[in-house]
Every structure is written in C-alpha cells, then in structure tokens.
Design a protein around this ligand. Sequence first.
Ligand code: NAP
Length: 280
Amino acid sequence: MLPAVARGHRGWFHPCARLSVRMSSTGIDRKGILAERVAVVTGSTSGIGFAIARRLAQDGAHVVISSRKQQNVDRAAAQLQREGLSVAGIVCHVGKAEDRERLVATALEHCGGVDFLVCCAGVNPLVGSTLGTSEQIWDKILNVNVKSPALLLSQLLPYMEKRKGAVTLVSSIAAYFPRMELGVYNVSKTALLALTRTLALELAPKDIRVNCLVPGVIKTDFSKVSHGNESLLKYLRECLQMQRIGEPEDCAGVVSFLCSPDASYITGENIAVAGFSSRL
Ligand code: NAP
C-alpha cells in the first residue's frame, strides 16, 4: 500500500502565507520572494531539512517535504500547515528508486513542475576507520549521501527545465576537516563538493544553478550521535570563532537566498555555515 500524502485542509496545499520579508540589496522590502515557486526538500521532517522547508515556505514557495517514516512526515507537515504554510508531505527514503519515483510523481501531480531541489537527507553511521569499513556500509553511505541526490535530480530534471531553478546539496564541514570516527562519511561529503561543481557545469546551459551548503556543527538529532559527548561539544564551542553551536535556522536563510533571484549569478559554490572561517 502506498504511504498516505499529508494534505492541507483545502486539498494538497494551504494557500500560500507569505510571512517573511527579506530586505533586498536595494533596501526595498520584498514579500514572498519565492512566491508560486515549488520546492522539493529531502530529509525534511526534522533538523536542518525541516528548518529549510519552513523557511522556503515562509518565503512563499509551495514545499514538498519528505523522509523515511510516515509518522514523521505527518507530524512535520501538520506542524507547518498549522503555521499557515503551503506544505505537503510524502514518504521518501532517498536510497530507494521507487520512493524517489513516487516523490517526483507526487510533486508533479500536484504542482506541475519543480523549481528547487534541496537534498538534505544523509546517513551518518559512526564507522571509524575507512579501511576497516565493510563493503555493505560503503555502499549504504555512498548510495544515500552521494548517488541519491544525482539520481533524484536526473528524475526531476525534465520538469525543472525552463524554470530558472536551483539545486542545493548538503555537504558537511567534515568535507574540509575530516574526523577520524566519521570515516567514509567524510569521503561522501567531500564527494558532494565535486558533485556540486560537476552538476553546476552540466546544468548551466539549462539555466539551473547548483550550489552546496556546508554546515558546521548544528544542534540536531544527527549531531547528538556524531558529537553527543558533552566534553567534545564544549571543546568544539571553544574552538569556534563564534563560540556557539549552530541552530538549524542558521542554515535555512542561506538556502532560501541560493534559491532566490538574488543568487541568479551564483553557481558551483560551497557555502560554509559553521561559526568560523573555513578558508585556509
Ligand atoms: P536530523 O536532525 O537527524 O534529520 C534528518 C532528517 O532526514 C530526518 O527528517 C530524517 O527523517 C531524514 N532522513 C534520514 N535518512 C533518510 C533517508 N535515507 N531518506 C530520506 N530521509 C532521511 O539530521 P540533520 O542534522 O538535520 O542533518 C541533515 C543533513 O545535514 C545531513 O545530510 C547531514 O550530513 C548534514 N550535516 C549535519 C550536521 C549537523 O551538525 N547536524 C553537520 C554537517 C552536515 P526519517 O527518520 O523519517 O527518515
């Protein structure tokens, strides 16, 4: 049986509530900078993906949220709909071809096309040494973190053309500063930097921009696993120039900007949101 789509009370989407206002570089207030655009965000029922989905919807977009578990999809969609945002949800494990197909079909059926894809879903088993990692774990991490964004994009591409759209991949500061205990995860997140540049090149003729968000340590369930140890968190805080751990919302505005016309000449870039300068 197909998982149910989380619907708004007036059919699929709530009417757009354009809540947020961004000051443009000209200093003029602009409401709903993403109005009437359609965004698909993977891994978006909690953490960074949820904050991004909420922000894109606050900025006027219709947003399709998704993750592996129906109850998470229902809870997240209901919460955003209660806030008056135009959001619908569907189950999608990004590593499963049939789930990706259903996500694409659902977005098309209800929105007719897609402008923005944000690939936030990621897997982070603490695997330790890269050379000690089994082939099965290698495959799982590369499948979810690296292959799935490219495969989902290839499925969506015919419906993103001629819409001046944008894609945002989500890497990690571990791509710049690998950590011993994260092993293959470091490798997968570094591969996403290369994927960003390659896709930016390939999709420029189609007027689709591709950029990459590079989060530092952000307070989510995910980072509880990878940085859960209090003394490690304290150490990290002290090392950061900004002396605080990031919040998911710290990542959300950057992605909205990257989708917006304000970023119309930005492609192939990695943008770190990490509380310190990642430049060497
Ligand atoms: P999170 O709070 O644990 O949220 C993960 C979200 O992804 C959930 O909605 C989860 O819902 C969904 N998900 C997990 N596996 C999935 C899969 N295979 N297919 C589809 N959805 C899936 O994680 P987060 O911290 O926001 O992390 C999001 C992304 O940011 C990841 O790519 C991670 O590598 C990256 N990142 C995070 C940090 C950090 O410090 N938090 C730092 C650098 C990079 P379900 O359980 O329902 O699937």
